[in-house]
Design a protein around this ligand. Structure first.
Ligand SMILES: [Zn+2]
Length: 279
């Protein structure tokens, strides 16, 4: 009896994985991005060339569904948490910093990488694929065009980091357009190319909180959304991006959804933080 109690207690302490009874949406800070003049390449606002450093965020999300868990984007590499000054890019013009590793955030909710059924990636830029390598048991959902570019001769021309996903080819599913993840219409991947060849966003239809569109990099900031700017920097196809913006804004109206710009710090700031969630 004593042994049984000890065993039960230790399983409890390990936090045995259990699927969620209802649909929930959690938002994590998956790293901060600090840019200086590079900001102007995203906003096309030339006074930004002299702007003080601006802090962006890399937001990723956990969608808990009775049929399994979906992680949406994996943020900046958890290893940056060990770097005091963060990881420098373009000779210090951009700095990537991680305060709390994604894996730690998941663990706090009793979830290990092996428990994640699906990983949806808005697109394969390295600020979204930093921790993809940990999810070796998950199905990785991207658009077919993104997968083709990812395994083309020169993925770096798309600003993809081959090392982040090269060993995961067998797990990567190339979707042919919009996709209903759990088959009940509650969590829908919506194709929205332009920023990259197969960029996509996620529509989550929640009972109490209403619908959210997790917009990937369809927009980088609130300013870009308001001014409908097409960034100079890393836009794969401007015409496709314009069409995707129109498609997603129409969807937003139809669904009365809130658009969540994943790099916009203001959106994360006012959001519910784990262990709180939207449902
Ligand atoms: Zn990004």
């Amino acid at each position: 009896m004593k042994l049984l109690i000890i065993l039960l207690f230790s399983f409890g302490a390990l936090g045995a994985y259990t699927p969620s009874k209802k649909l929930k949406l959690y938002a994590f800070n998956c790293g901060d991005i600090i840019t200086g003049p590079l900001l102007a390449l995203f906003t096309r606002k030339y006074q930004d060339l002299w702007a003080p450093k601006k802090e962006w965020i890399s937001t990723c999300f956990l969608i808990r569904h009775p049929k399994g868990d979906l992680l949406w984007d994996t943020g900046l590499d958890d290893n940056y948490a060990h770097l005091k000054k963060g990881k420098s890019f373009f000779f210090g013009l951009t700095i990537h910093k991680v305060k709390t590793p994604l894996l730690q955030n998941l663990k706090k909710l009793g979830i290990l990488p092996k428990n994640i059924k699906f990983v949806g990636i808005s697109h394969l830029h390295e600020d979204h694929t930093g921790n993809l390598r940990h999810f070796v048991n998950s199905k990785i959902l991207i658009q077919e065009e993104e997968k083709k570019a990812a395994f083309s001769l020169f993925p770096s021309t798309y600003f993809f980091k081959f090392d982040h996903y090269k060993s995961l080819n067998a797990q990567i599913v190339g979707l042919k357009g919009d996709h209903d993840v759990f088959g009940d219409g509650k969590v829908m991947i919506i194709k929205a190319p332009g920023h990259t060849p197969g960029h996509q966003v996620l529509l989550v239809r929640l009972k109490q909180s209403g619908s959210f569109i997790l917009a990937g990099d369809l927009y980088h900031t609130n300013f870009n959304r308001e001014t409908k700017v097409i960034p100079f920097f890393v836009t794969h196809n401007g015409q496709n991006l314009k069409e995707s913006i129109e498609k997603i804004e129409n969807l937003r109206k139809k669904e009365k959804a809130k658009i969540w710009i994943q790099h916009e710090p203001a959106h994360y700031k006012k959001a519910l933080k784990p262990p709180l969630y939207y449902d």
